[in-house]
Design a protein around this ligand. Structure first.
Ligand SMILES: [Zn+2]
Length: 350
């Protein structure tokens, strides 16, 4: 830290912080004058967004004020060098509690839009306002999301997306700054919920077979295009409660090429298969790729004692209740066989 560059950076950071504080103080003072409310800019913005202010003229006035203040703030921010801006973004995300949760699990009222034609708009109103370009402008919103991408995995390990939502997740410009959610969250582990593909009765399957095939094809196509940036886990989560799944083999067969292609790209491919009806909760991590046919035949019974390369698995292994009864084994074995054959390509007849 003794180089002149770092000393200068430290001085400039201190100066930038002092400047930012005085800007905020000034905004605070103006705001107090404006609405006589003893709240700071951030709170007013949040109040506005959560609809706590019921008087519509006050809401509008506050919204306009908050937006104008944020825009002005962004303009000043953009006069700083990028290194300093990144430090400031980093401080925004690295708070306790980190506001990342508001982005990963936004308010229930939030939907990830595909059809919004862009700002000015309200489609980002439930997300932190500092990634909403309606407040901070497109460049700051973009840089803020890049900063989020860098810190995301530090706070939350895994992001879950429904298979039906993949189109939006991988392609939609939901922040209106040319960045998808897939890109922003690309350093976190990813779980894709695929239970919806598995059916419990032939009739429904027959009626919707064509749509189902299209849906699976779309999902796998999107997943195969997912760029590989760093080794991380990608989990196919198949949760369903059908006593007899009528198309499990078919579904796994359709997923298998993608499962393998992603593994070959460098992702740690995992399967989490849950069927409460059959009391199944199998977590199969990267270690199972190395199993021999014989191991596949015998490992279901001792799954709790094995290291399968799936971190959650350890907790389950300590649960003494997990020892299989003969009846459970009989109920579960056909499903195990289908998974081995159709997702992992194991020749169980050998
Ligand atoms: Zn929008």
């Amino acid at each position: 830290m003794s180089s002149p560059y770092f000393q200068q950076l430290a001085t400039e950071t201190r100066r930038a912080r002092v400047n930012l504080c005085s800007q905020l103080n000034e905004q605070h003072r103006q705001l107090n004058e404006f609405s006589d409310a003893k709240v700071n800019l951030h709170e007013v913005t949040e109040f506005y967004r959560w609809g706590y202010l019921s008087d519509s003229s006050l809401v509008e006035a506050n919204a306009a004020y908050a937006k104008a203040s944020c825009k002005e703030f962004s303009e000043r921010l953009l006069t700083l060098p990028r290194e300093l801006r990144d430090m400031i973004y980093g401080q925004l995300w690295n708070r306790d509690p980190p506001p990342l949760g508001q982005m990963v699990w936004p308010n229930r009222a939030h939907t990830w839009q595909t059809r919004c034609s862009g700002p000015p708009c309200m489609c980002l109103e439930h997300l932190p306002h500092f990634i909403d370009l309606n407040f901070v402008g497109a460049q700051v919103a973009y840089e803020m999301l890049e900063a989020l991408k860098r810190v995301a995995a530090k706070y939350i390990r895994d992001y879950t997306v429904n298979a039906g939502e993949l189109q939006n997740f991988c392609t939609a410009d939901v922040f209106h700054v040319g960045m998808t959610r897939e890109e922003v969250l690309r350093r976190m582990d990813l779980t894709i919920s695929m239970g919806q593909f598995v059916y419990g009765d032939e009739k429904t399957l027959e009626e919707t077979q064509a749509i189902l095939e299209e849906d699976i094809e779309e999902a796998t196509g999107l997943l195969q295009q997912m760029p590989f940036e760093k080794p991380r886990a990608v989990t196919f989560n198949i949760t369903h409660d059908h006593a007899k799944a009528v198309n499990l083999a078919q579904v796994l067969q359709s997923l298998q090429p993608t499962f393998e292609a992603l593994r070959d790209k460098g992702f740690q491919m995992r399967l989490h298969y849950i069927n409460h009806n059959l009391e199944i909760d199998w977590q199969l991590g990267s270690a199972v790729w190395d199993w021999s046919v014989e191991e596949w035949r015998t490992n279901m019974r001792k799954l709790g004692d094995l290291n399968v390369g799936f971190p959650l698995h350890v907790q389950d292994a300590q649960d003494p209740e997990k020892t299989l009864t003969e009846e459970q084994f009989k109920n579960q074995d056909p499903t195990w066989d289908i998974i081995a054959r159709h997702l992992y390509g194991v020749n169980m007849d050998m």
